[in-house]
Design a binder for this molecule. Structure first.
Ligand code: HEC
Length: 165
């Protein structure tokens, strides 16, 4: 009698353990962030962490689509040898100050982007505020493989004050 009961207990405990570990692995499979992979996940998506930066990013994307994408395209690929690419542009990686200035003041003369020569005037958009330029820069520098931790409004305003007209 005792023996049988003991066996039954052990058996049901085993079933419970099995069910529990099955549920746990199903849970981890569906929600890896709750099983110790959170850090890796966040690092992989992008470097944006604060709410303020996320707002900059979202507004920046809208402003980009409104003001820039008709030439540089929504996907940032540019257009042949007419409009240079912004996605994977080495110019963007190397020239933060020029990128800030050219949004307001435009740029002309020869530009080399990824080894290709471009030479067509880009008109500036003088109506963009310092904040809007910081937002577009946040979008540019956190998309398409460019990576810059954060773009501060103060820093952008200081650069805009220094831009050669
Ligand atoms: C009317 C078309 C047009 C619009 C609108 C435009 N650009 Fe440009 N952009 C150009 C051209 C043309 C060049 C190349 C300038 C040169 O050859 O000197 C350029 C160059 C650039 C460059 C430097 C080169 C590179 O590819 O990295 C950046 C960065 C850039 N534009 C960003 C922007 C952003 C951000 C906006 C929106 C705020 C914008 N552009 C709007 C036409 C445009």
């Amino acid at each position: 009698m005792f023996k049988v009961q003991g066996l039954r207990l052990r058996f049901s405990t085993r079933i419970r353990l099995f069910a529990f570990s099955f549920l746990l692995s199903a849970f981890c499979f569906l929600l890896p962030a709750s099983c110790g992979e959170k850090k890796k996940d966040a690092a992989e998506t992008n470097a944006i962490s604060s709410v303020k930066e996320q707002q900059y990013y979202v507004h920046g994307e809208q402003l980009y689509l409104k003001h820039c994408s008709n030439c540089h395209q929504a996907s940032g690929t540019g257009l042949g040898l007419l409009y240079p690419p912004l996605a994977k542009s080495d110019f963007i990686d190397k020239n933060f100050e020029s990128v800030i200035c050219l949004m307001r003041h435009g740029i002309n003369g020869e530009l080399i982007v990824n080894g290709k020569s471009f030479n067509k005037e880009m008109p500036g958009i003088p109506s963009l505020t310092d904040l809007e330029i910081a937002e577009i820069a946040t979008y540019l520098y956190n998309t398409w493989g460019h990576q810059r931790d954060s773009v501060e409004l103060k820093e952008v305003s200081a650069i805009l004050d220094r831009c050669a007209e």
